[in-house]
Write a protein that binds this ligand. Structure first.
Ligand code: HAM
Length: 420
């Protein structure tokens, strides 16, 4: 019969990698907790309107990449392409701003974008997403960027490059758009049809164009930094100075516009050269009008999302993510197997990673399995050992053996393994 495979761009996370996800997730929880972030879990599906209104109707995500369908009652639903919109929806819906002035939230889970799959780019991928609400001061920008870099280095990433930019306020953006439109009109002959359309619908999106001739042309376009008003310049200068105080190195990329429309002022991306073309590990920025644009109060926000698969792909292959077993119990005979069954489960209850075989295999083949499971110890129990009331514990690395009395065996093993 023909095999059924996973959907293109949707990938299985196999046990060794899943363990890495789990370990990195616990580092994230620890780091975020010390900055006062609390977890929120939102549904993976939302009303389509939410993403159209937040990410922007003329962004690539909304125009081409969303998994949208009409539900049975004809309501349009979308698998979330990112978490920010959902977290804000929940923040507004649960009236969180009235409970506290500052709310710091994080969420971890799968996102869906129908992009062309390639190395580091999937149609279902996981993000570690953080959103801070209620603070428009540059200190919040400094704090969240510091937290992001601290998290990434704590997770084991090295050689990261932080790029920052300011996308200004709506006034700066208006001025910048006019400057870009003016430039695009003059350069129309060198632009792809998509960019000619973007020049009318959403001029800033031309900065994301991957077509070579467009990219060459757009490299000469004016940058947002020339259009910033004095208060946005001041905010950006303070962010830079705070990052310097915190010893966070960065470069300014005045052409970074981010692929989502909601950003105001600070925007940032973290890049690595370990991944090839999909080199962005994380991206984020400030969004001072988005909460109110989604029907909430006038509350500023800033956040970021880390691409979980990309982060994992950058970690060194050090074998630390492999399964390890504390103890394998090899048995010979019916009575021994019965005894071992209870012992194995009691050890597990005490937090020891223990395994045994139920098939009547030879001692050699049981010890082979013990090795395969990366066991630290093997306990060898035969009917004879039960009769003589003593068993043999073998250290699988050194091959040293010791005899342990059956009496108090559970406690003796726990002690040996925990003191190892
Ligand atoms: P984003 O830049 O679209 O921002 O995505 C953040 C990160 O998610 C990227 O840097 C990348 O590592 C990962 N990512 C994105 N698309 C894919 C994909 N197809 N396959 C694998 N990884 C991917 C956001 O999503 C914003 N919501 C971030 C944010 C939070 N801004 C404010 N708050």
């Amino acid at each position: 019969m023909e095999k059924i495979t996973a959907i293109r761009g949707f990938k299985d996370i196999l046990p060794d990698d899943a363990r890495r996800f789990w370990e990195v997730e616990s580092i994230a929880r620890q780091v975020f907790n010390s900055f006062g972030c609390r977890e929120i879990r939102t549904p993976i599906m939302e009303k389509t309107e939410l993403f159209k209104r937040s990410i922007g109707e003329t962004t690539d995500i909304v125009e081409k990449e969303m998994y949208t369908f009409a539900d049975r009652d004809s309501e349009f639903l979308t698998l979330r392409p990112e978490a920010t919109a959902s977290v804000i929806r929940a923040y507004i819906e649960h009236n969180m701003s009235s409970a506290e002035q500052i709310t710091k939230l994080f969420t971890i889970g799968p996102m869906f974008r129908r992009e062309r799959p390639q190395k580091g780019r999937f149609r279902q991928f996981n993000q570690i997403d953080v959103e801070f609400f209620g603070e428009d001061k540059p200190q919040a920008d400094g704090e969240i960027i510091f937290m992001l870099m601290h998290f990434l280095t704590s997770a084991g990433l090295r050689d990261l490059e932080l790029e920052i930019n300011s996308l200004g306020c709506p006034d700066c953006r208006f001025k910048f758009k006019l400057a870009v439109i003016n430039f695009l009109n003059k350069s129309e002959k060198n632009l792809c049809p998509d960019c000619i359309r973007r020049a009318v619908t959403n001029p800033l999106r031309v900065f994301d164009c991957k077509v070579e001739t467009c990219a060459d042309t757009i490299a000469n376009a004016p940058t947002i930094l020339h259009s910033l008003c004095s208060s946005c310049i001041n905010h950006f200068s303070q962010v830079k100075s705070l990052l310097n105080d915190l010893n966070v190195s960065f470069i300014i990329n005045p052409r970074m516009v981010r692929g989502l429309d909601y950003y105001t002022r600070t925007a940032f991306e973290v890049k690595t050269n370990a991944l090839g073309a999909q080199n962005a590990i994380a991206g984020g920025g400030r969004y001072n009008s988005l909460v109110s644009e989604l029907g909430g109060p006038e509350v500023p926000g800033i956040g970021f999302a880390v691409g979980f698969e990309r982060l994992i792909a950058c970690l060194p292959e050090d074998g630390k993510n492999k399964f390890t077993n504390d103890l394998f119990i090899a048995t010979l005979g019916e009575q021994a197997q019965k005894f071992a069954f209870t012992l194995t489960n009691e050890l597990r209850r005490a937090g020891i990673v223990a395994e045994m075989d139920y098939a009547d295999k030879s001692l050699k083949s049981q010890l082979k399995r013990a090795d395969k499971l990366n066991s630290s110890f093997a306990l060898i129990i035969g009917d004879k050992e039960i009769e003589e009331k003593k068993v043999v514990l073998r250290n699988m690395q050194t091959k040293d053996q010791q005899t342990i009395p059956l009496d108090g065996l559970l406690e003796s093993i726990i002690k040996i393994i925990k003191e190892r």
